[in-house]
Design a protein around this ligand. Structure first.
Ligand code: HSE
Length: 350
């Protein structure tokens, strides 16, 4: 039976939950999917680093809650040197779940690069490296004969990227529109129920939906990155961040929301991209008061949905959770499952 050794870079909600899944579902994974997982390294800004090639005791790691205790008390170090750990550890797969930096994607871009250069596969939920350096990192993975998977960068564990890439074969994709940010959708819904903006945002933070800086959710930066990822990955748009027009929901007032309700409309933050007749792609994110009859108007809470416009099937819509710790940790697991399936395919063809 194959066992993949994994390293967790960033030990916040997502990778912590992945560690819980490894600890609680390891046997099921082995019997149902035919592989085991062993965590051999963890690094975290607050907790330091722990590298144990024979496998980390996840009970101990999960008990560290970010108080004054660090990995130094358990055979590790209070500091982190991510480059050293990523390049030198014995992991087969690096699970990158540090915060998204929408400006230059760092330090996650470097984490991914170090891993791929040292022959390790990468799965990440981090939008920065995928949106800003996706093509370059995918090429680097190919050069090094390893995998670079990032299902969780858009709509957490709800399968969108892999589904569209694999299941839309033979169809022509003309574009897509979707609700791609759980926090802003949650906030708009709560404002519709009468809550004020700030209260709604703190609820979204508590529920684990919001980014480290919730302005990324509210001002549309998060959706801008996701639209860029989908446009480049699925429409082969070859565009950059500056090509995705952006407007967030902070301009939507309670009065706007009440007026829309009276008119049978609902405000949604919609991200979209469309191929033009000349082959170029127009992409953007903006708040829109959708009529209730619109397919995206009924998508509520932190749920996301994306509707793909295909030539032979017309619109095909995928809906599911777009945020949350368990949902996003599952995305990493689904990436590892995809890597395993691809390796088995290669082995079968040799
Ligand atoms: N903050 C994001 C959201 C998390 O609310 O959708 C997933 O990218």
């Amino acid at each position: 039976m194959t066992t993949y050794d994994i390293a967790l870079i960033g030990f916040g909600g997502v990778n912590r939950t992945l560690a819980e899944l490894v600890a609680t579902r390891g046997d099921t994974l082995r019997s149902e999917l035919g592989f085991g997982l062993r965590v051999v390294a963890i690094t975290d800004l607050r907790l330091g680093s722990l590298v144990q090639p024979e496998g980390i005791d996840l009970g101990i790691a999960l008990n560290l809650d970010g108080g004054s205790e660090t990995f130094a008390a358990h055979g590790g170090s209070a500091d982190t040197n991510n480059e050293l750990v990523i390049r030198d550890c014995t992991a087969d797969i690096i699970c990158e779940a540090t915060f998204t930096n929408p400006d230059d994607g760092e330090p996650a871009v470097s984490h991914v690069r170090w891993a791929l250069e040292s022959g390790k596969s990468v799965c990440t939920t981090n939008k920065g490296p995928v949106a800003l350096r996706g093509a370059e990192l995918t090429a680097l993975a190919e050069q090094n004969g390893v995998h670079f998977e990032f299902e969780g960068a858009v709509m957490s564990g709800t399968p969108v990227i892999r589904l569209a890439k694999k299941m839309f074969a033979g169809l022509k994709l003309n574009g897509f529109e979707g609700i791609l940010n759980g926090t802003s959708n949650y906030v708009l819904g709560r404002m519709e129920s009468g809550l004020d903006f700030e209260e709604a945002i703190s609820e979204a933070k508590e529920l684990g939906y919001a980014e480290a800086n919730p302005a990324a959710d509210i001002e549309g930066y998060d959706v801008q990155l996701k639209v860029l990822i989908l446009a480049n990955e699925l429409l082969d748009a070859g565009i950059e961040l500056k090509d995705v027009q952006r407007e967030g929901i902070s301009t939507v007032t309670p009065e706007n929301i009440q007026k829309a309700t009276r008119e049978g409309r609902r405000w949604k933050l919609v991200g979209s991209a469309r191929r033009n007749p000349d082959g170029s792609v127009t992409a953007g994110v903006s708040p829109v008061a959708l009529p209730l009859s619109h397919g995206l108007a009924g998508v509520s809470g932190a749920t996301n949905a994306v509707s793909f416009d295909t030539d032979l099937l017309g619109p095909v819509t995928v809906s599911g959770p777009g945020a949350g710790r368990v949902e996003t940790a599952y995305a990493l697991l689904s990436d590892i499952i995809a890597m395993h399936a691809a390796s088995k395919e290669v082995a079968a063809n040799v």
